[in-house]
Design a protein around this ligand. Structure first.
Ligand code: HEM
Ligand code: MG
Length: 332
């Protein structure tokens, strides 16, 4: 069976993470990067395999070691994305586009498309990546980063902070409503969008600073170049994604999508929102996972049950303590 989840760090103090053992290196032919500036950076410094093909436990260990991400949050993200984007039988996932390096695919409708796969975890209204509708949902986009800088100037006196995060999150949603006829903003993307808006404040500021103000050259280094600044220290505590509530409260919006064209955002009451965390879990399992894996058998079923169990444990620890565990493929 695959290995059990990595333990939390014993030492969660700030420390030099751009260290001699983890030098930044440019991409070699075939190396994969994708939608997540955090994982891209960990790969380009060798905390993750530099080719961008990773196991879920490598993600958890790297996010803890390199960015001091909380063990429960790292498990939730790693196992959640791995179930929809990874190969549960070979235990490998691409942090970007689909790759033959993750091994033989399970039968369709399974995708195993890597983290860039649209609409299972990756979603619309990202800060520095375009909506899938416009053709490229994964590469750094200079026009969007210019807007990131403009909002940091306008609302943060030149720095990205939680005030800027709230305004830019709202702006990106309004832009998608106005320009993307396929704009979709439902769980799980609905949840991760607000969290990821806080992540630059949580993770990209040097752990010896406690001012909550991210410099633009540092932001560009992570978002565009997958690179820790010289001498960078990770945060000085185990980071749980704090601040997403502040981002949400600045401009609350319910889950929904454009219907029949732009500028017609229709609410979707069947999506989970912040008042219904168990529904996030239930829909993810019963619709997303079962949609990809309607009737798995043999090793595939065993692997899915193994990872569904780890995902529930992580979920139960954080968002939804008290949710009922589901067993769509029966219990072993
Ligand atoms: C975006 C996965 C950890 C920072 C994303 C996206 C995915 C993802 C799938 C794309 C969502 C979208 O914008 O459409 C993961 C997984 C992690 C992880 C599986 C496992 C631990 C981290 C860490 C950081 C981070 C540790 C910061 C150090 C971000 C940011 C975005 C993002 C800022 C938003 C990018 C944007 O809006 O332009 N991540 N991530 N992530 N991630 Fe991660
Ligand atoms: Mg996106």
């Amino acid at each position: 069976p695959p290995p059990p989840p990595p333990a939390p760090l014993n030492d969660t103090s700030a420390k030099l993470v751009n260290d001699p053992a983890h030098p930044w290196q440019p991409l070699r032919a075939g190396d994969i990067r994708g939608v997540c500036p955090g994982l891209n950076t960990l790969a380009s410094h060798g905390y993750l395999p530099r080719n961008g093909i990773v196991t879920p436990n490598q993600i958890i260990e790297a996010a803890q070691d390199g960015f001091n991400m909380d063990n429960t949050l790292a498990r939730f993200l790693a196992y959640g994305t791995f179930l929809v984007d990874g190969n549960v039988v070979t235990n490998e996932m691409s942090i970007g586009s689909k790759s033959a390096a993750t091994g033989p695919d399970p039968p369709a409708p399974a995708i195993v498309g890597g983290l860039d796969t649209h609409a299972v975890f990756e979603g619309d209204a990202s800060m520095t990546r375009q909506d899938f509708f416009f053709g490229n949902n994964h590469d750094f986009n200079e026009t969007l980063f210019d807007q990131f800088v403009e909002f940091s100037n306008r609302f943060g006196a030149g720095k990205y902070n939680l005030t800027v995060a709230g305004e830019l999150r709202h702006q990106r949603i309004q832009q998608s409503i106005a320009t993307n006829p396929n704009f979709t903003f439902v769980a799980p993307r609905y949840f991760t969008a607000f969290a990821e808006s806080a992540f630059p404040v949580d993770f990209f500021i040097d752990g010896r600073d406690s001012n909550g103000q991210l410099e633009m050259d540092v932001a560009r280094s992570f978002f565009q170049n997958s690179r820790f600044p010289d001498g960078f220290f990770r945060p000085n505590h185990s980071v749980t994604g704090e601040g997403s509530d502040v981002v949400f409260a600045a401009h609350p919006i319910e889950p929904g999508r454009n219907v029949g064209g732009v500028n017609n955002y229709v609410l979707d009451p069947t999506s989970a929102d912040f008042t219904t965390p168990c529904l996030l879990y239930t829909n993810f399992v019963n619709e997303t996972i079962v949609g990809l894996y309607p009737s798995p058998t043999g090793d595939l079923r065993t692997a899915l049950n193994f990872y569904l169990n780890l995902f529930f444990e992580a979920f139960d620890n954080s968002e939804g303590s008290g949710c009922t565990q589901l067993f769509p493929y029966g219990q072993d």
